[in-house]
Design a protein around this ligand. Structure first.
Ligand SMILES: *Cc1c(COP(=O)(O)O)cnc(C)c1O
Length: 347
């Protein structure tokens, strides 16, 4: 049985439409595990939103979305000769961050569409000012090249990134790049308004993943299934490591393991010597080396009886606590971007 992500369809889509209403130029981002929902499902959501462009993280992810989403596909990972597709694809918008890659792309496909990525304070990918000017010079000799704008990937949170964007835009102008589109990430709504005001000749397109898909956390519930229930007495053996139960209770085998991204939580309580001494004095389960799990039963977070297995986990349910039945579902707290669900139910 499954680790399931239940999605409240109405809330999930209301959040998407709230973002679309304030950011009509939004470029939905689908990458990695599709923010828990899967890239193919996100492509369908993006199609239903009616946007003309969505973004994927890598060239390998194009296959996940190309059948469901009919529009343009911006690839966020910069083009490199050794991993970009060889066949021209007019739906793709490539990201270019080096002059040699611009030359390489256009040599392979003179009609290729591309954005030039300007390096930001993240120091991930992109042109420095001098290189951007070189790219501008290169493009001046190729007026038919399909330049589709300047891309910037900004850090998250912290102080406003607006002044940084303004500075980086000055470099784009200095490079002689024609005003087209500015593709940005992680700017707030007021910052995007300001940016549009400063650069009225440009279209500002925010690339949004997390807020678009996971913006309303109340729309999601993650459940595991109870696969087996075993009563134990103090001293009974269990598990891969032949541990003994430190007291009477129930071992629950639940769906979800390392293959799903279920991991160990930090130990219970404050992880100080004093707290640990207190726990040992009380004879607590954490003193016996049991660690907190992300599973909750009847609203109470339970301990792993041993580290998660590949597809299932063993929990310890203390005596006296309500015991779920085989087939019951229990709540699990996970990071959506790091979890592979067996099922996603949008209803
Ligand atoms: C992942 C990513 C985004 C979207 O980020 P979220 O925080 O999920 O909205 C935007 N731009 C780039 C380049 C990215 O890699």
């Amino acid at each position: 049985m499954a680790l399931t992500l239940y999605v409240d369809a109405a809330r999930f889509r209301a959040n998407q439409h709230r973002i679309l209403a304030t950011q009509p130029e939004v470029v939905p981002v689908a990458k990695g595990n599709g923010y828990g929902l899967g890239n193919t499902r996100l492509a369908t959501e993006a199609r239903n939103l009616g946007v003309d462009t969505m973004a994927v993280g890598t060239y390998a992810e194009i296959a996940d979305v190309t059948d469901e989403f009919p529009g343009s596909l911006l690839v966020l990972t910069p083009w490199r000769s050794f991993e970009a597709p060889v066949e021209p694809n007019p739906r793709l918008i490539h990201t270019i961050g080096r002059v040699e890659d611009l030359a390489g792309l256009l040599e392979r496909d003179p009609d290729a569409r591309f954005v030039l990525e300007r390096m930001t304070s993240m120091l991930r990918h992109g042109f420095q000012p001098r290189e951007l000017r070189e790219a501008g010079d290169f493009l001046r000799d190729r007026p038919s090249a399909r330049f589709e704008g300047v891309a910037m990937h900004l850090p998250m949170g912290g102080a406003s990134h607006l002044s940084e964007v303004q500075r980086l835009m000055t470099d784009a102008v200095a490079a002689g790049l024609p005003p087209t589109t500015i593709w940005v990430s992680h700017l707030t709504d007021p910052e995007l308004v300001q940016l549009a005001r400063s650069w009225p000749d440009y279209t500002i397109r925010p690339r949004i993943g997390t807020d678009l898909w996971l913006g309303d956390r109340g729309a999601f519930r993650v459940c595991a299934t109870v696969l087996d229930v075993h009563e134990v007495e103090k001293g009974d053996l269990f598990g891969y490591r032949g541990r003994t139960a430190p007291k009477a209770g129930t071992i629950l085998v639940v769906s979800g393991g390392t293959a799903h991204g279920i991991g160990l939580e930090s130990p219970t309580g404050a992880n100080t010597l004093k707290a640990r001494a207190g726990a040992i004095a009380r004879g607590g389960m954490d003193a016996a080396g049991f660690v907190r799990s992300p599973y909750s039963i009847g609203g109470k977070q339970r301990l792993f009886a041993e580290p998660p297995h590949m597809q299932a986990s063993m929990l310890f349910n203390p005596q006296g606590a309500p015991v779920p039945a085989v087939g019951d579902e229990v709540d699990v707290r996970v990071r959506y971007t790091a979890t592979s669900f067996d099922r996603v139910v949008i209803a």
